[in-house]
Design a protein around this ligand. Sequence first.
Ligand code: COA
Length: 172
Amino acid sequence: MIRVAGCGSKVQSSDGHEKGKVMIRKAKIEDVKEIQQLIKLDSARGNVLPRSLSDLYDHLRDFFVFVRNRKVMGVCALHICWDDLAEFRSLIVKEEARNKGVGVKLVKACLEESKMLGLKRVFALTYRSEFFGKLGFEKVDKAVLPHKIWTDCLKCVKFPDCDEEAMVKEVI
Ligand SMILES: CC(C)(COP(=O)(O)OP(=O)(O)OC[C@H]1O[C@@H](n2cnc3c(N)ncnc32)[C@H](O)[C@@H]1OP(=O)(O)O)[C@@H](O)C(=O)NCCC(=O)NCCS
């Protein structure tokens, strides 16, 4: 079993990590440096937006981490944008832990939290539309998302020629 700490539920492990101590929990201060390393690697590959240390401290409470043997192997952030909308950000699983269901579990932990918060919709801007599609997200025109969400995009080197897809899911 993987305990989803701070989320009030448990999810079944089928990821082959049984030998080590694994859990999904809300991020703590001690995780920040490891989160930064994960983001650094994958932002250099253009998969996620880069984030400064200061930004990570500002938004630490958005983050869930997947921890194995006290090492952060995956991260995902759920950022509240408005009264009915939140964004998935910085979803990354360390290369050595990929394709074992960790990414799905992180998204599910955030979905559970979004339900608990009373949010109506969540979205992701992503190159992994198939991954999010399997989790019930649907493609939408980026224009239907509120202007407020583009603040972060201004920091992106690709702006304004963003080729990410917008995926939305109703929270039920
Ligand atoms: C995207 C990413 C987070 C996925 O993490 P992961 O741990 O490898 O993902 P999972 O093992 O949970 O899922 C991998 C695949 O198995 C499928 N899968 C795994 N468990 C599943 C389950 N229980 N039910 C259905 N499908 C499942 C997923 O849908 C996914 O399929 P896909 O690759 O065809 O989309 C990871 O590849 C990554 O870090 N990529 C680089 C950063 C990035 O691109 N982030 C996305 C930014 S939005």
